[in-house]
Ligand binder design. Structure first.
Ligand code: SER
Length: 316
């Protein structure tokens, strides 16, 4: 039995991860949410939920105590473009919030998963096949909080023995939740345009390559790393993981295979373009593969087929 608290359970990753955890474990899988983002439908009905604002340490501690929590999935965050618009709030959620989670985990003996991101890398990192232990010097608030979060999580493991684990997610693509201000979200929006038979205005230029992953693989990565035998770990916070790398032209051509009338035009957003240009074209995830057996199941074509089949049921 496992008792898990998911902080940010109604967000991009949380809404799918919480349901998957409930299908796997028989214990309390608690959907933590902030007022205004209350779970609805199946997420609300299939298990317990609690108001857990990550900036409120007391609320986290109360949920952990009430439900006898042993693992916390800390998914509260602002994505990159939103974090640039609200850097102070991004720090408060990403860093003060993480500190609260780690303190509760230290005192109440919980394991902690906090996603990191391709956003930890910056202009001076090798762009192709970016190594696990490459230089991390981002110039975005999103990246700054993710690097600091990796360091703080490792510190809590080394200093206090808190079982912290993490992966550097690439852009995540899903038909369940609508994108919320990430630089990689164009690769979700493009499917919405294709399904709605609208011309897609691409905010990134042709030739902008980034790593991507379909949500079922991302959810599996988050669960598998927490279940992994940590005696094989040479790393913890955080492992590079990826499933595919493409630019707007490649995903457009792939969708056109199934929707020949689909049209895309470029309308580049300078903020998102600058962020995307500072991130890897493709990451080397061999450490995750070797240390805990990471292996993606979805490539671009399989993802496109699934998105074009499932998205219409949700939005049309
Ligand atoms: N999907 C994130 C973003 O674009 C990157 O981790 O902000």
């Amino acid at each position: 039995m496992k008792n898990v608290l998911v902080i940010g359970s109604t967000g991009q990753i949380g809404s799918e991860l919480t349901m998957k955890l409930r299908s796997l474990y028989s214990g309390n899988i608690v959907a933590g949410y902030i007022p205004g983002a209350k779970p609805t439908g199946e997420l609300l009905e299939s298990g317990p939920s609690a108001i857990v604002d990550i900036t409120n340490e007391q609320q986290i501690a109360e949920a952990v105590s009430r439900y006898n929590i042993d693992t916390i999935y800390n998914l509260a965050a602002l994505l990159s473009a939103v974090a640039e618009a609200k850097p102070q709030l991004a720090w408060k959620i990403g860093m003060d919030g993480l500190f609260n989670v780690l303190e509760v985990a230290r005192e109440m003996n919980c394991a902690v998963f906090t996603p990191s991101s391709i956003g930890v890398f910056g202009d001076n990192t090798p762009k192709d096949n970016t190594p696990q232990d490459a230089l991390r010097s981002p110039r975005t608030m999103y990246g700054v909080t993710k690097v600091s979060g990796e360091l703080l999580s490792d510190y809590y493991f080394i200093r206090f023995g808190v079982d912290t684990r993490s992966v550097r997610f690439p852009g995540l693509i899903s038909y369940m939740t609508h994108p919320g201000g990430g630089t990689t979200d164009y690769a979700v929006d493009i499917y919405y345009s294709a399904v709605r038979k609208k011309t897609f205005e691409c905010p990134l230029a042709a030739g902008t390559f980034m790593d991507m992953m379909y949500m079922p693989d991302a959810v599996r990565a988050a669960i598998e790393i927490m279940e992994a035998d940590s005696s094989k770990f040479a790393h913890r916070n955080a492992f590079n993981v990826t499933a595919m790398s493409f630019d707007p032209e490649i995903i457009y051509a792939n969708i056109k295979k199934y929707k020949p009338d689909f049209k895309m035009v470029y309308k580049v957003d300078p903020l998102r373009q600058a962020i995307a240009d500072s991130w890897p074209n493709s990451m080397d995830d061999s450490c995750a593969r070797e240390e805990w057996g990471w292996k993606p199941e979805y490539d671009l074509d399989r993802m496109t087929q699934d998105m074009l089949e499932k998205l219409p049921e949700r939005i049309l």
